[in-house]
Design a binder for this molecule. Structure first.
Ligand SMILES: NC(=O)C1=CN([C@@H]2O[C@H](COP(=O)(O)OP(=O)(O)OC[C@H]3O[C@@H](n4cnc5c(N)ncnc54)[C@H](O)[C@@H]3O)[C@@H](O)[C@H]2O)C=CC1
Ligand SMILES: O=C(O)[C@H]1O[C@H](OP(=O)(O)OP(=O)(O)OC[C@H]2O[C@@H](n3ccc(=O)[nH]c3=O)[C@H](O)[C@@H]2O)[C@H](O)[C@@H](O)[C@@H]1O
Length: 479
């Protein structure tokens, strides 16, 4: 079936960029991205493309090219569903915050709402595509809802998980390692639906990178990929603490590991801990699914990735407190970076939120500077934790719009996001205006330690020896 009209429900970090790229590559297909969030849609339609709700390098140019040509953003969900022959569901699937599975299972209420809305509106056959990350076997629930309307409309349900990473979304979409399409490979209609979707990607993705599987493999592969990626970060972070104790340097260890082609060099950057909207939620979801099948050992194995990550964030904050002579009460501490990684304005589950919360519990006076994150977002992230009143958060944490102002008179600076610009600051100037000893805690191993030491800073980074490794001093082998 030749697709002419696509609707995507959900204009977020995935729906927006993914559809912008499809629209750019397929000018003959009309792509309408719909959302119930009016502000978000208004921002996608803003004349000034700098105001798009999602910041991603390269995205504004693509939106500029395709918007109003064959890419549309709208709040009219019903009409877009009605006209589409292919519907992507790209709504949020966060961890449940209530009821059975609270704190672990994925909350599928938005997915179900989409399915019910499609069922009530559709008058002709449609291909429904799961773009959101979903628990394995969700397609069965979607089918149940869609097939029981009695109006004779036929649906094909495909799973087409998205593997883009924020900050590199456009590059990832233009040049994906693979595109995964799960469908009903045992029926002619199923194969045709897979073919229709595959033809869209084939406009710019080499065919050999388009992988077709059954629906369940596709759904589970997405959760598994995120679990494996997060596991690598937790693994190297676990080693970072051992490095600090033994004189090994985690950067050198990662390099040595990465040169083994079986291990590979990516995702071995130790840090203050991983963040982002998906790693934690998807692993918790995996743990929940495993437990629901009674697979407790499988569940425990994956849960450890989260336990390690929580520990790493706590450990980083505690190390700051200890180094600052065991108290940060009343001390100005500057946090450089609030986003969960560079080149995005997304702060969901960012390590910075937890480090800040920990330091605020110890009565620190915090100043945050992030080049892309809005002030209100920072406060709303903190308020969400409910650790203290909104007023207290605003009193003890200030947001600066100039990094030098942010660092002035600080007892310590913590680098929590690896923004490129942090490397190029005038660190001498920052040093001159700080209290001494001038501590820098580099949670991303971003800055040039030797230079900082030369200036006079006392820098601390993750996974670097606590004492002079070359001197062979320090602890003996544990026996
Ligand atoms: N953020 C990322 O980098 C990636 C996310 N994913 C997955 O993609 C899905 C979406 O993630 P994001 O785009 O980050 O979420 P998001 O929260 O940025 O966007 C979801 C959008 O869906 C809208 N929405 C919810 N219910 C709706 C309904 N019934 N009708 C119309 N609009 C509705 C919300 O208003 C929101 O704007 C999630 O399942 C996530 O796990 C997958 C790969 C990467
Ligand atoms: O499902 C999703 O949402 C996406 O989740 C991740 O993408 P994302 O969270 O956007 O960003 P990553 O680059 O994976 O980084 C996640 C976190 O891990 C941290 N990280 C990453 C790599 C590393 O070596 N060390 C490290 O601490 C990052 O700083 C960040 O906080 C996956 O990389 C994507 O493939 C997936 O589509």
């Amino acid at each position: 079936m030749k697709i002419k009209n696509i609707c995507c429900i959900g204009a977020g970090y995935v729906g927006g960029p993914t559809m912008a790229v499809i629209a750019q590559k397929c000018p003959d297909i009309r792509v309408t991205v719909v959302d119930i969030n009016e502000n978000r849609i208004a921002a996608w339609n803003d004349e000034n493309v700098e105001k798009l709700p999602v910041y991603e390098p390269g995205l504004s140019d693509i939106v500029k090219e395709a918007r109003e040509r064959n890419l549309f953003f709208s709040t009219d969900v019903d009409s877009a569903i009605d006209k589409a022959d292919m519907i992507f569901i790209s709504v949020n699937t966060p961890t449940k915050t209530y009821g059975i599975g609270k704190g672990m299972a994925a909350d599928l209420k938005w997915i179900e709402l989409c399915a019910r809305q499609i069922a009530s509106i559709a008058k002709d056959d449609k291909i429904i595509i799961e773009k959101s990350t979903l628990p394995v076997r969700t397609a069965a629930a979607l089918r149940d809802i869609l097939d029981n309307t009695g109006n004779g409309v036929k649906y094909q349900i495909l799973s087409n998980p998205e593997f883009l990473a924020e900050g590199t979304a456009v590059q990832d979409l233009l040049n994906p390692d693979r595109v995964l399409i799960g469908g009903d490979i045992d029926t002619e209609d199923g194969l045709q639906a897979i073919q229709s979707l595959s033809e869209i990607y084939e406009r710019w993705v080499p065919k050999e990178r388009i992988l077709t599987t059954n629906v369940w493999s596709s759904e589970l592969s997405k959760l598994t990929a995120n679990a494996f990626l997060a596991q690598r970060v937790s693994s190297i972070n676990a080693m970072s603490e051992l490095c600090e104790k033994t004189g090994a340097d985690v950067h050198e260890v990662a390099q040595a590991l990465g040169m083994d082609s079986r291990i590979g060099s990516k995702f071995l950057q130790s840090s203050v801990g991983f963040g982002g909207s998906c790693f934690q939620k998807d692993i918790l979801n995996l743990v929940y699914i495993a437990k629901s099948f009674g697979l407790n050992e499988v569940a425990d194995y994956w849960e450890q990735v989260i336990i390690m990550n929580d520990y790493q964030k706590r450990r980083f904050a505690n190390n700051m407190i200890q180094t600052l002579f065991n108290t940060v009460s009343g001390k100005k501490i500057t946090l450089l970076g609030w986003a969960f990684k560079k080149d995005t304005n997304d702060t969901r589950e960012s390590a910075a939120i937890y480090v800040a919360d920990h330091l605020l519990n110890e009565e620190a006076e915090i100043v945050v500077y992030d080049p892309k994150v809005e002030t209100e977002q920072i406060y709303s992230d903190l308020d969400y934790l409910k650790s203290r009143s909104k007023e207290a958060n605003r009193q003890s944490l200030k947001v600066a719009n100039n990094p030098y102002e942010a660092c002035k008179d600080a007892h310590a600076i913590a680098v929590l996001t690896e923004w490129e610009e942090f490397k190029h600051y005038d660190w001498e100037k920052i040093y001159d205006n700080m209290l001494k000893p001038a501590f820098v805690f580099d949670g991303r191993n971003l800055l040039n330690m030797e230079e900082l030491i030369k200036i006079g800073f006392v820098p601390k980074s993750v996974g670097k020896p606590e004492y002079d490794a070359k001197s062979f001093s320090g602890p003996a082998i544990a026996s």
